[in-house]
Design a protein around this ligand. Structure first.
Ligand SMILES: NC(=O)C1=CN([C@@H]2O[C@H](COP(=O)(O)OP(=O)(O)OC[C@H]3O[C@@H](n4cnc5c(N)ncnc54)[C@H](OP(=O)(O)O)[C@@H]3O)[C@@H](O)[C@H]2O)C=CC1
Ligand SMILES: O=C(O)CCC(=O)C(=O)O
Length: 435
């Protein structure tokens, strides 16, 4: 057992912790609730390796920029490293390492035969033309050629990347290897071995987690108000599905801010980030004076008095500075790491239930697993089958976590960690990798 870290840091006086620091503190806290060898916990605080590469790009005006790319590989005791590639200006080694740790727990909570990885390039994808994005991605795949592979480390989309990025990555890797290897990435377009339903999967699982959480606390999703921050792969798909299930989506946002209507926004009328970046902003600027919809900032959205808040954009948006002002009863983490460690403690004390990222948004990696199986077998599943199997996997994981919540009186995050840690520790013990 490991000592429980103090959660009383004056985070408001400083920058929020990095993803790595938060992930380590969450691990230490969860380890106090499960009988795991402290040596295993110590090992899990560190990645196996983090690769840093330079990715040169000739711009369309003939100048050359050199971007920095990373791939963090945290743990592979349960299977190949698995996780997304993010294109965002704030990508760095520490962030990728923290995110790769969360992938290890996420795959274990879902009982998938994968470990955790994460990577990306420190670049603003909106500053690149499509041709530049393609060349940057192909060069990144070339630099990572020895690190990745269908049985070693399987990449996928994350913020700022999409199915087309995965297609370029897979093509570049396949050209290096001299044969077509679809299983090096997941989240590809279905025409080249991608899975139907992968694009909407993290949003679907986030919606399922919201539905089950609302039910657990005695309500139905059709009887709830919901605010969603971020309108990308996770946020837009979650909002659309929740609306389909009868929930009232009162607010959505993109990077510039959001829109609010207490009677509900027609979210199907707004394109997702993938279809049109900053579309919520365009929607907001086209509002008529007579519309009931008003504009609000991203911080105002987080503090709306709703039943369910879904932060589905970036990390560290619920911090010690605003945790007291969160008025939702339930927070469902669509994004990775939206809640800092200090904020988590404040929300717990205030009785706000947080359904953690490693359970809520795990639909993405779960359908990635389905895609990986389809690639190995060279046999595509129907959308209906993917949707059904994702629902089953989510409900099984939900039950595993709920049992820990009920039996041990844990928070949903600690319970999810307990499920994950137990599986990882058992695998390490069985394989004899430790001590
Ligand atoms: N894609 C996936 O498979 C998975 C993603 N995740 C996590 O979900 C989160 C979102 O990822 P994803 O949906 O893929 O990303 P996308 O790139 O598809 O969309 C991101 C959305 O967030 C908005 N956004 C960007 N920065 C901010 C900000 N500072 N404040 C508010 N909104 C912002 C963007 O606005 P705009 O359109 O204006 O740029 C866009 O609407 C990330 O934390 C990611 O790691 C988790 C599981 C799987
Ligand atoms: O689909 C995957 O492999 C991983 C998606 C991802 O990066 C995540 O869940 O955070």
């Amino acid at each position: 057992m490991t000592a429980q870290p103090s959660a009383t840091d004056d985070e408001s006086a400083a920058e929020p912790d990095s993803a790595l620091v938060t992930a380590r503190r969450q691990l230490e806290r969860a380890a106090t609730h499960v009988d795991v060898d402290p040596g295993v916990v110590e090992r899990l605080k560190h990645p196996t390796r983090v690769q840093q590469v330079s990715v040169p790009l000739e711009r369309e005006d003939g100048s050359v920029d050199v971007f920095t790319g990373y791939r963090a590989q945290h743990d592979d005791v349960r299977g190949p490293y698995k996780g997304g590639l993010r294109y965002h200006p704030e990508v760095n080694a520490e962030e990728c390492t923290g995110l790769s740790m969360w992938m290890t727990w996420k795959c274990a909570v879902m009982d998938l035969p994968f470990g955790g990885g994460k990577g990306g390039i420190a670049v603003d994808p909106k500053s690149l033309t499509e041709d530049e994005t393609e060349r940057l991605t192909r060069r990144f795949a070339e630099e990572l050629r020895d690190a990745v592979g269908p049985t070693k480390d399987v990449a996928a989309p994350d913020m700022g990347t999409d199915a087309q990025t995965m297609a370029w990555f897979m093509d570049a890797y396949s050209m290096q290897q001299g044969e077509t290897i679809p299983g090096v990435v997941t989240g590809k377009p279905p025409v080249i071995g991608g899975s139907y339903g992968r694009e909407e999967a993290p949003g679907r699982s986030t919606a399922i987690a919201a539905r089950e959480a609302v039910r657990y606390y005695g309500r139905e999703i059709s009887d709830t108000t919901i605010a969603v921050q971020g309108f990308g792969s996770v946020g837009a798909n979650a909002a659309r599905l929740l609306e389909e299930w009868g929930a009232t989506i009162v607010a959505v946002s993109d990077v510039n801010g959001g829109v609010y209507d207490p009677d509900g926004i027609d979210v199907s009328a707004i394109p997702s980030h993938d279809e049109e970046p900053e579309a919520v902003t365009r929607f907001a600027t086209e509002l008529d004076a007579g519309d009931d919809v008003s504009r609000l900032s991203n911080s105002e959205l987080l503090e709306l008095d709703v039943d369910v808040l879904v932060p589905a954009a970036v990390g560290n948006v619920i911090t010690a500075d605003n945790a007291d002002a969160i008025a939702a009863d339930i927070v469902v983490e669509g994004a990775n790491g939206p809640t800092t460690f200090a904020a988590d403690t404040i929300l717990e004390e205030r009785g706000v239930h947080v359904i953690p990222d490693i359970l809520a948004n795990a639909g993405g990696v779960t359908v990635s697993y389905f895609e990986w199986l389809q690639d190995i077998n060279r046999r595509q599943w129907s959308l209906e089958r993917v949707t059904e199997e994702l629902e089953d996997h989510m409900l099984e994981a939900w039950e595993d976590v709920r049992t820990e919540v009920d039996d041990k009186g844990l928070t949903w995050r600690d319970a999810a960690y307990v499920v994950a840690l137990s599986r990882i520790a058992e695998a390490k013990e069985t394989r004899g990798l430790w001590p």
